[in-house]
Design a protein around this ligand. Structure first.
Ligand SMILES: *Cc1c(COP(=O)(O)O)cnc(C)c1O
Length: 231
């Protein structure tokens, strides 16, 4: 297996440097979104020190996880309720919890010999018809019940805002997310709600300026993806 990929490493270090410049206190962690990309790319970055990888497609992800179970694996794609078991068994984090029922199933199916599964609630922050996620009001009403589920650790919120063109319009939905997390922190003071997963290749800067703690970057690290239409 050839894992030597100087262009990949160059793009990776460019992204890391960009993040460091925007976030001198190093509060932001980088999730490398490796969907559709080969295991060689993942191993190349792991050798360079990258530990956390994000995947959207379950079958593809399970193959990669079995090759490198030592890495920190985040599920970030849409979740069908009949697919929760392997997610609960093989991932460290799930960013895309968008229904109470999904949270309940993940908790029931999380093996009790593993640490609680870290989860984020996905918020449809721009109220788009086509997108999954809780509305901000639903997050406020459902969070306490999800926080009680025994084999999950509710850690915060995730969003994929609509496309916006300018830095200022990109910042608005991210600011709403930060305010929503602050509201939740007041509502559930016992809960360690420290995570805002927001910002992708096209809106990284806006997300960091509004307090992202995990940015999910695919294209700027791995290059463009071919379109894939199966989950
Ligand atoms: C694919 C994907 C990303 C990465 O997007 P890029 O624009 O390639 O950086 C981030 N988050 C989610 C949920 C994704 O599906």
């Amino acid at each position: 297996m050839n894992i030597d990929n100087p262009e990949l490493l160059e793009r990776y270090h460019k992204v890391l440097n960009h993040i460091r410049k925007l976030d001198p206190d190093q509060k932001v962690s980088l999730l490398a979104v490796s969907k559709t990309k080969p295991i060689e790319d993942i191993i190349c970055l792991a050798e360079a020190g990258q530990k956390s990888f994000g995947e959207n497609y379950l079958q593809e992800a399970l193959t990669k996880i079995s090759a490198r179970p030592d890495l920190d694996w985040h599920f970030i794609g849409p979740i069908q309720s009949n697919k929760t078991k392997p997610i609960a068994e093989h991932f460290n984090w799930v960013h895309s919890v968008d229904r109470l029922k999904i949270a309940q199933r993940l908790s029931n199916q999380r093996p009790t010999n593993l640490p609680p599964l870290k989860i984020l609630l996905e918020v449809n922050v721009d109220a788009e018809e086509s997108k999954s996620g809780f509305t901000p009001d639903e997050v406020i009403s459902v969070a306490a019940e999800i926080a009680e589920l025994p084999n999950l650790a509710l850690r915060g919120l995730m969003a994929i805002p609509a496309h916006h063109d300018t830095l200022e319009t990109q910042r608005r939905p991210f600011r709403k997310m930060r305010e929503l997390l602050e509201t939740l922190q007041l509502q559930l003071p016992e809960q360690n709600l420290d995570t805002l997963s927001m910002g992708m290749s096209s809106d990284l800067e806006a997300a960091i300026l509004e307090g992202a703690t995990i940015v999910r970057i695919g294209t700027d690290i791995f290059g463009a993806r071919e379109v894939k239409n199966n989950a």
